[in-house]
Ligand binder design. Structure first.
Ligand SMILES: NC(=O)c1ccc[n+]([C@@H]2O[C@H](COP(=O)([O-])OP(=O)(O)OC[C@H]3O[C@@H](n4cnc5c(N)ncnc54)[C@H](O)[C@@H]3O)[C@@H](O)[C@H]2O)c1
Length: 363
């Protein structure tokens, strides 16, 4: 890929102005690396709502309308419903724009390949944003583990409880496309939220050689099944094993400024352990990171553990990257395919009764 870094503010457009715009926008506000020049959404209500943030930006009902306008664009922040990602992104490359795409990138490898091929054909860059890799407690967790403080890693555990009460409002229109995804076998806990957990696993300990999974389901209202209880285990190429349990607390209230996810990451070493107590929601009201070694617990009280800050920092990383073209993109399109492979291996294993599946063998 040949990429020429920008020596002026990047001219950016937002494509999709729905729920998650509220967090992605934080990377753009007050950022001299970027100039927001266009806002695109078919919803008049959304366009009017977001225009207040960017009074000088032009508004459009579709990416095609933006392209036809002749307005100069360098990069697009893609916040489309997941089922629209592949066709939408291929069109953006045809228009000649770089793309920062929300996760999950798409549902299958053929769609991912279409996006990668389109990027290559047009000499444009595909990034699949992963805000969890910018969440300060998780970054500190990784740093502590790498420092050797808890000793050689013996294994780790991730936990996700989808709770039914609390948090911010999610528009009914978001549930419509999530429901489509569920019907295609790409559930909201294993695939949509799970994308983040799969990402953090690969980011922490590298490539995965075997996955064993048992994907369950629970009918929460007639006709709507959520993909829990689910248990997933895997082994990295370096021999470290991970376990991830996904459960539902349908009637559980969870205090959260965002989604009601009660999440944990706990890494056990030969000498101690380190645990991130929460991420999206305000589950355990203790310091977000604790480290136990030799009978003593150390707590981190001053980390930026507001989940929204991870969006700000992930987006800033991308907008800076466009000015340097150097360093990890977290994630490049190709790296994001490894996350997709992990997810697909989970389904393949579960379908086969929990047998071991190598993500690299998925076709
Ligand atoms: N990183 C995270 O933690 C996180 C959290 C939530 C959502 N997401 C991802 O962000 C994406 C968007 O999710 P959301 O919750 O904001 O969805 P949403 O349904 O709230 O918003 C989607 C917006 O896209 C608009 N839209 C639909 N078709 C369009 C088109 N052709 N062109 C332009 N705009 C169009 C809709 O009108 C809507 O305003 C999804 O891929 C989702 O998985 C990521």
């Amino acid at each position: 890929m040949s990429f020429t870094p920008y020596d002026r503010p990047v001219r950016a457009a937002f494509l999709g102005l729905g729920r998650i715009y509220d967090l992605n926008v934080r990377a753009y506000v007050g950022n001299p690396d970027v100039e927001v020049v266009a806002l695109v959404d078919p919803s008049e209500e959304r366009r009017a709502q977001r225009q207040g943030d960017w009074p000088d930006a032009k508004v459009f009902t579709s990416a095609a309308e933006l392209a036809a306008s002749g307005l100069e664009i360098d990069a697009v922040e893609v916040l489309l419903p997941t089922p629209l990602h592949t066709d939408g992104v291929v069109d953006l490359f045809d228009y000649g724009w770089h793309v920062n795409l929300q996760k999950p990138m798409c549902d299958d490898l053929a769609s991912a390949q279409r996006m990668l091929d389109a990027a290559r054909a047009k000499g444009r860059v595909l990034r699949v944003m992963e805000n969890y890799l910018f969440y300060e407690p998780l970054r500190k967790l990784k740093e502590i583990v790498q420092s050797g403080e808890i000793g050689e890693v013996s294994g780790y555990h991730m936990k996700m409880v989808g709770s039914g009460r609390g948090g911010w409002d999610v528009p009914a229109s978001s549930y419509e496309w999530q429901f489509q995804q569920m019907q295609r076998g790409r559930g909201i806990l294993v695939f949509d939220d799970g994308w983040h957990k799969a990402s953090t696993a690969i980011w922490l300990f590298g490539p995965i050689k075997e996955v064993r999974a048992w994907v369950g389901r629970t009918e929460v209202v007639p006709g709507v099944e959520i993909d829990a209880p689910t248990t997933i285990t895997w082994e990295h190429q370096n021999g470290i094993r991970g376990v991830w349990d996904i459960t539902l607390g349908v009637d559980m209230y969870l205090r959260s400024d965002y989604y009601t996810n009660d999440e944990r990451w706990e890494i056990t070493g030969r000498k101690g352990y380190a645990r991130v107590n929460r991420c999206t929601g305000r589950g355990i009201q203790q310091p977000s990171l604790e480290v136990y070694v030799d009978g003593e617990m150390r707590s981190y009280h001053a980390l930026d553990d507001d989940w929204a800050s991870s969006f700000r920092d992930s987006g800033r990383h991308w907008l800076r990257w466009l000015h340097t073209g150097e360093g990890p993109m977290l994630w490049s399109g190709n790296e994001a395919v490894n996350v997709l492979r992990f997810a697909l291996a989970i389904y393949a294993s579960s379908t086969a009764g929990g047998t071991g599946v190598n993500p690299a063998s998925i076709e």
